[in-house]
Design a protein around this ligand. Sequence first.
Ligand code: TD3
Ligand code: NA
Ligand code: ZN
Length: 305
Amino acid sequence: MLVTGKDILVPARAGKYGVGAFNTNNMEITQAIIHTAEKLRSPVIVQMSEGAIKYGGQDLANIVKDLATRATVPVALHLDHGSSYESCLKAIKMGFTSVMIDASHHPFEENVAETRRVVEAAHIMGISVEAELGRLGGIEEHIVVDEKDAFLTDPEEAVQFIEQTGTDYLAIAIGTSHGAYKGKGRPYIDQARIARIGELTTIPLVAHGSSGVPAEITRRFREAGGEIGDAVGIADDDLREACQHGIAKVNVDTDLRLASTVGIREVLKNTPKEFDPRKIFGLAREVMSQIVEHKMGVLGSVGKA
Ligand SMILES: O=C(COP(=O)(O)O)N(O)CCCCO
Ligand code: NA
Ligand SMILES: [Zn+2]
């Protein structure tokens, strides 16, 4: 059933488990996410970035809404990294049940003001809101935040921000970053910071940049002709621990991008005579489903629906 993000995340925070928020850009990705959630009896969030909306538009949003509505587990359709009040309202008009207003690159007061505007409008329409405080490293679609400017979230500021905005859930900067290169060796996750913020707050917390970039996937990616540097993602144990301290929404995009590309590259490489799109996209769907299954197991959301 199609529900709001809050319907899914409040129980997750209370139950100390994480719920995967997986980005989609087409039908096969959406099927891998939602069918796996049904198979594992797991709630799930399907999210579209502004880039995905530009690419798939209402067509893609309708595919997600239809699968979500017919799903036998709770599914929310979430706008990822909404860059403005207008973008959030447009997404709500498209049928999104959860929106992120990402004003984290603005000074605190401006972030509060922009977030409040979205919260007021979204709540009138029964839609829940994600905001962000602090700055991830890495590349956030429209913002390149280089290492030195990456500000981790201040716990006391988070309390103020939540009180002043009324946001339903909060993305915090805790060491993660977007993309396949999250650091050298094991990326640093500030577990003490998460625990502190978790102690001081009660709303669900969000971890962006949570792809694990599994070695098996990067090995297959190279093996099938892909080129990728020494990519590394967030360790499963670090995600498990973060969910014990208040992280309830866990964003994953890169792992699905890599998995779908592995599937397509392997079909093209191993069966050069193949040109049936069902075969070419079918393996990608299968590899992505395995990634979604693994992540749900790590986060503890299996059987929670
Ligand atoms: O936090 C994330 C996903 O992070 P990751 O790149 O670790 O999958 N997102 O918000 C997805 C959009 C960013 C581009 O990947
Ligand atoms: Na941001
Ligand atoms: Zn993100």
